[in-house]
Design a protein around this ligand. Sequence first.
Ligand SMILES: [Zn+2]
Length: 216
Amino acid sequence: MAFKSDFAILGRPATDLRGKTFGRLLVKEKEKARPEGGNLKWICVCSCGTESRVYGHSLMGGRTQSCGCLHREKMKTQFRTHGKRQTVEYTVWSNMRSRCNDPNLADYGGRGISVCERWSNFNAFYEDMGPRPSPKHSIDRINNDGNYEPSNCRWATLTQQKRNMRRNVVATINGERLHLMDAASRLGLCHSTLTLRIKRGWPIERAFTAPKHTRI
Ligand SMILES: [Zn+2]
């Protein structure tokens, strides 16, 4: 009966695990009480020096053999073996290269956007960009017409990227070069109205100067 360690079955006392070792864990004593109730755990000392509390059945069943350090060490070794090939940064790097090498992709390879020489090496890319800050971030070119290179790339959220895209559209109004968003707010125009007008092929001057409610 493997599960008897934690319970007193039919009045029999639970197995005493004190002094026994399970993997890296040496059992010291049983908890006196659990603050949240439930089954009592055994207080163990791991060979790395960390104290941990484990259920008797986890110890006896061989499921828990350390404070967690064993698992961490295994993961580390695995990571080293596979390098960064399984990381999200590697996928980003690899997709970036495919986009730029594809002459059929109008927004990338097709219009001559390329990856700098240095970044043909993943390690150099990772060194410059660092880890992706969060799953919401993706690689973003600061200047949309520029290449993938350290000075023109950053991790950015979709919101940041949209703002950046708008910022890249420049219009000259009364001799002043303005980014689309700045120009729109200065003229009291709604940004989406302005974008739509430009998309429909309105001359820039008219797009900015036509009254708010002109039909598009
Ligand atoms: Zn440990």
